[in-house]
Ligand binder design. Sequence first.
Ligand code: ADP
Length: 319
Amino acid sequence: MKRLAVLTSGGDSPGMNAAIRAVTRAAIYRNLDVIGVRRGYEGLLDGDVIPLTKSSVGGIIHRGGTILRTARSERFKRPEGVNEGLSRLRSLDVDGLVVIGGDGSFRGAQELHLRGFPVVGIPGTIDNDLWGTDATIGFDTAVNTALDAVVKLRDTASSHDRLFVVEVMGRHSGWIALSVGVASGAEHVVIPEVSFELGRLCDKLHYAKKRGKTHSLIVLAEGVMPAQELASLLSDTAGYDARITVLGHIQRGGGPSAADAILASRLGAFAVESLCDGEKGIMVGCVNGAMCTVPLEKTWAERKPLPPELLELVETLSI
Ligand code: ADP
């Protein structure tokens, strides 16, 4: 192996830069050449590449976003697009590719793998919805960003005796909502993994009010329904006047937390080590504190379950 390429693809997440830095420095440490592909698979098809050096990745470990930028590429979703990407990698003399992204990006990486190209994935998404790793890069930071906002909203909720619905990101998964719910002491968490029962939620709100609770916070995962819809349901069925806050893309921004910067550094270095050891078609992950690998296709085919204990905690601690 002489030359590696690295790209970031799909939605950005805090810690992607730390992963780019780790891949670059670990590769240079092993006397490999490194190039960065800008704008994900779209940039690969355009041949939009830059050399990455020890110094060009200096000072980025704590920066949010991705210095390589990211994109979604419709062209790469077609077989001809993947073949074109493969030819581009070969013409650039690249022997291995590191893809930092989520499940969509890994589906693209799998297509390259099926055509015989050595690819390793690094889980970079705030959603934490990939099987094979306890956490994805950016999840911890996103939870902390959302927590900060929810804690502030609680001040207003309690001062004004209000009911607040806070919508957090996570796509089809409730990892962010559940974690924020537990960390903020929210009264209720509404997530896609647990079937939504309006009657049950109204009962809980009603009993809480009866025993003197003057305000409540509901953390809602975007994958269930928009906050406005839940507020309308609460108003139409039980007359609750809920205020809504949609946190949106601020959850994807900002520099990484210490946990994410460390995770990204470990996964970046381990991705290079794995490629050099001849591993391909895999994602690197961290399970129970140890680095591990998992076939790319398993990362989206299997659903990572939410910890049942956390689900229970929301119920027991919000009485
Ligand atoms: P994420 O990686 O954050 O889940 P997306 O789902 O948007 O983001 O996927 C990022 C990119 O990965 C897509 O724009 C596309 O270029 C590529 N991709 C997704 N699915 C496939 C596929 N089945 N074949 C080839 N490329 C794909």
